[in-house]
Design a protein around this ligand. Structure first.
Ligand SMILES: [Zn+2]
Length: 451
């Protein structure tokens, strides 16, 4: 007799779909099979049962200029669980004046209110060879992936190519993962320098001055440095056809490169910037064309892109108030709660992705890339009992009002969605059921053991 059995659903793994019960004991999956009996039963008849999703790119409580992203660890992880995301990977807030271990301790303190399990990427700002020892300390503290920016020189976050070459050499030596925000700073600076005063005041200039070519050029450079040093590199938020092409070519040459895209690049286009509230879509990379979006979907299906994450970095309408220039805005969009519904509705229900591909992109691949597999991202016996039960038939209209993310707009407001999360389990605990959140602050755990 098991503690809890999710009964009669269609179980989806990264390879198969089959009718089965999923049984758990305590916090772990105990068995997947037919006729399993439990002290408690959760009926999943006519529903899909998936491993909990992993959003490996979120920014909760992130300082951005004069603002902080509007979800903190309590509200952001609660929204995540309501949307079927059971594990999040956030970032430390790096600076040239603080050490990585200090950044990690500060972030772990902020993350204590989490309701979902989480891991951390270490943000590297101000790399110097003398900081190599900090990487070893960070590894011992459970941080195994390190984020670099090739852009944002003005705010001091950029790492130039010389420093990247040095840093990747160090990461390669300890088999740590480098994450890269890839936009070519020189292309952006040159294009922004050519803007007329009218263009400065035009939201569409965001996309024009951060074009697909700036992403492709940066990925090209980063791939060369990865090849040179042997470092494992992951490109975050690939947004364009040209970007995908650079990833594909690098992999063909044998470069150890993985890459993700985000729902906003799959579903939205730069036309949004021409809307009356176009400034609410401020993000970097910028939104692209419909052709870019279709290329990204195909790259997800073919495996040229490995996973989907959200880059969840919400702000309120007030924080995004238009102040006369596309440069004078916090960049970032909400997304953690809508990741699974949007990928199911626009991906699976519209025939762009198979169900196993959905599980590969939202659970297995992010778990593997981030050293969390098979404890997370799988339904194997012994794995954490993180599950989502999804009704594939229910249709609903997306609205910020009905979501749990702490922001007053959604980039997808009014979108007709097929498929809805009915229940979420985190380590065997029912934390969301039939529209009601059941978890409590502080139950989330830091995932320090990564492979
Ligand atoms: Zn990000």
């Amino acid at each position: 007799m098991f503690d809890l059995v999710v009964k009669g659903g269609t179980v989806v793994t990264s390879r198969h779909c089959f009718r089965a019960d999923v049984a758990m004991c305590g916090e772990s999956i105990a068995a997947v099979g037919e006729g399993l009996e439990g002290r408690r039963v959760l009926d999943a008849e006519d529903r899909l049962v998936l491993p909990g999703c992993i959003d490996a790119h979120v920014h909760l409580d992130l300082p951005v200029g004069e603002f902080r992203s509007s979800d903190d660890f309590a509200s952001g992880t609660r929204a995540a669980l309501c949307g079927g995301v059971t594990t999040l990977v956030d970032f430390t807030v790096g600076s040239a004046g603080t050490s990585l271990p200090e950044d990690i301790r500060t972030r772990l303190e902020a993350a204590r209110a989490s309701v979902a399990d989480y891991a951390l990427h270490g943000e590297i700002v101000g790399w110097r060879r003398s900081r190599a020892g900090e990487i070893r300390e960070a590894l011992a503290m459970g941080v195994r992936s390190f984020k670099f920016f090739t852009a944002y020189g003005a705010s001091g976050r950029r790492t130039d190519r010389g420093r990247l070459l040095d840093a990747f050499g160090v990461l390669s030596g300890v088999n740590a993962l480098a994450l890269v925000h890839a936009e070519d700073e020189e292309i952006v600076t040159a294009l922004q320098g050519e803007l007329s005063p009218e263009e400065e005041e035009c939201m569409a200039s965001l996309a024009r001055t951060r074009p697909a070519s700036c992403e492709a050029a940066a990925i090209h450079d980063v791939a060369w440095i990865a090849a040179r040093t042997g470092a494992r590199v992951h490109i975050v938020h690939v947004s364009s056809r040209d970007g995908v092409e650079e990833v594909r070519q690098a992999r063909r040459r044998g470069v150890s490169l993985t890459a993700e895209t985000c729902p906003q690049y799959l579903l939205l286009t730069e036309k949004a910037y021409a809307e009356a509230e176009g400034h609410l879509y401020s993000a970097a990379p910028a939104l692209r064309t419909a052709t870019d979006g279709e290329t990204l979907w195909k790259a997800l299906a073919s495996g040229d892109l490995d996973m989907v994450a959200t880059d969840h970095c919400p702000f309120t309408r007030e924080q995004k108030r238009w102040k006369g220039s596309f440069r004078n805005l916090p960049y970032g969009l909400p997304g953690v709660e809508t990741l699974l519904p949007l990928l199911y509705s626009e991906g699976v229900a519209k025939g762009r992705l198979s169900l196993p591909a959905l599980v590969r992109l939202l659970a297995e691949a992010p778990a593997r890339i981030n050293g969390l597999y098979p404890r997370k991202g799988s339904l194997l016996p012994g794995a954490d009992a993180d599950l989502v039960v999804l009704d594939p038939h229910e249709t609903w209209t997306l609205s910020a009002k009905a979501l749990h993310m702490r922001t007053d707009f959604s980039p997808y407001e009014g979108l007709a969605v097929t498929g809805r999360v009915c229940a979420t389990l985190s380590r065997g605990e029912l934390v969301f059921a039939d529209g009601t959140f059941l978890g409590h602050a502080g139950r989330g755990r830091f995932l320090a053991e990564r492979s």
